[in-house]
Design a protein around this ligand. Structure first.
Ligand SMILES: Nc1ncnc2c1ncn2[C@@H]1O[C@H](COP(=O)(O)OP(=O)(O)OP(=O)(O)O)[C@@H](O)[C@H]1O
Length: 362
């Protein structure tokens, strides 16, 4: 339904979107997540030309929206947007906020527009407030009215730009329930959100944005539990991380230990976990000693606040073999590592080899 290719957006010297490629299909609910400032809202605003893209192409049902001859008003009806700050007209009643667009832009009669608007207000639980003014409503109520107003334009897709960021928790729930209801009814939606649990259970697909691109995309069960790329994993798990580079076989283990202890104290990790990290690093580095002649080994310690798990990654030259396998099953160090660590895995790609393992919190 919507195809985005090589989308670039610059603000002066700042390149926010470097090369965004994405597709949103009819009936899909896509959540867009990612660190603050990575360009999620900019991406959404480019889709309906609230921001003019610098380069690239966007098509909706095969129609190029960046064609200078494109009807931007019609496009915005098809891809209607719900904003964080509601954007209701404060001098109009709730009902008038809904009927304005259909009367002015879609040529509906007042009667037609009011009948449909009342149905939509019922859908979002706001019919009772039809004659109220926006200032008389809570934030959650305003946002539900804004969603009904958006629906009144019969969009093909709704773009939600952080629809709950300005709301307190009870109101977040009422707005999310309305969005869930629309998802059940098969509405196509793209939702920029910081509500991870919601993104997880409402979407068919999740885009994780980072570095100016859709860095990883997939079904929520993959993105939220087993993302394949490093930054997605770190974001999802709210990872605290530290790294050390070991250059020679005569590395200073005391200095590394002191840094690990400091990291553990800072993140209030248990004494036992800290001792296990120290032990595993010491044993693994000693297995890596022969490779240190050829190049450095980097040690990453990643602690996930969310799962309470600690991941250790040893990153070496691509010609390094799995040092645990090389040492053999009878090696004491290798036995210790296998006893304490879980999910020990070893991968090689063109540039690096990586030995990864998880240490349980308890
Ligand atoms: N109109 C603008 N002019 C200049 N810079 C802008 C403009 N709009 C956005 N930016 C910058 O672009 C970057 C991306 O902003 P954007 O709001 O798209 O990020 P985001 O991922 O939605 O962030 P958040 O999750 O914090 O809302 C930020 O550095 C922001 O300051």
């Amino acid at each position: 339904m919507i195809t985005v290719q090589h989308l670039v957006k610059r603000f002066g010297d700042l390149t926010v979107l470097k090369d965004v490629n994405a597709e949103i299909r009819r009936g899909e609910v896509v959540s867009i997540i990612g660190p603050s400032g990575c360009g999620k809202s900019t991406f959404l605003r480019c889709l309906n030309l609230l921001e003019q893209p610098t380069a690239g192409s966007i098509t909706i049902n095969g129609v190029d929206v960046m064609d200078p001859a494109a009807d931007v008003a019609l496009l915005r009806q098809k891809m209607n947007m719900v904003f964080q700050s509601f954007n209701l007209f404060s001098h109009l009643t709730v009902l008038e906020n809904l009927t304005l667009g259909p009367i002015r832009l879609k040529g509906q009669t007042r009667d037609q527009a009011e009948t449909r608007s009342m149905e939509l207000l019922r859908l979002v639980g706001m019919a009772e407030k039809a004659d109220s003014f926006p200032d008389e409503l809570s934030g959650g109520q305003k946002q539900r009215v804004a969603i009904a107003r958006c629906l009144a334009m019969e969009p093909e897709i709704i773009l939600f730009d952080e629809p709950t960021s300005a709301l307190d928790p009870t109101m977040v729930r009422e707005v999310l329930s309305v969005i869930r209801r629309l998802a059940r009814d098969g509405m196509t939606m793209a939702i920029v959100t910081h509500e991870m649990e919601f993104a997880r259970d409402v979407s068919n697909r999740v885009f994780y944005m980072d570095e100016g691109v859709v860095y990883e995309e997939g079904p929520p069960e993959v993105i939220f539990t087993a993302p394949t790329r490093e930054k997605t994993w770190a974001f999802i798990n709210r990872v605290r991380t530290c790294s050390y580079q070991i250059e020679t076989p005569d590395y200073d283990l005391y200095a590394i230990n002191a840094q690990v202890e400091e990291f553990c104290e800072k993140h209030v990790l248990s004494r036992k976990l800290c001792d296990n990290i120290l032990l595993i690093i010491e044993e693994t580095l000693s297995l890596y000693r022969p490779y240190l002649q050829r190049g450095p080994v980097k040690v990453h310690v990643d602690y996930s606040e969310k799962t309470g798990e600690l991941k250790l990654v040893f990153d070496a030259a691509p010609d390094a073999d799995n040092p645990i396998e090389t040492a053999g099953e009878d090696d004491l160090g290798s036995m210790l590592i296998q006893n304490i660590a879980r999910n020990v895995s070893f991968h090689i790609d063109d540039e690096r080899s990586r030995l990864e393992m998880l240490l349980p919190a308890q």
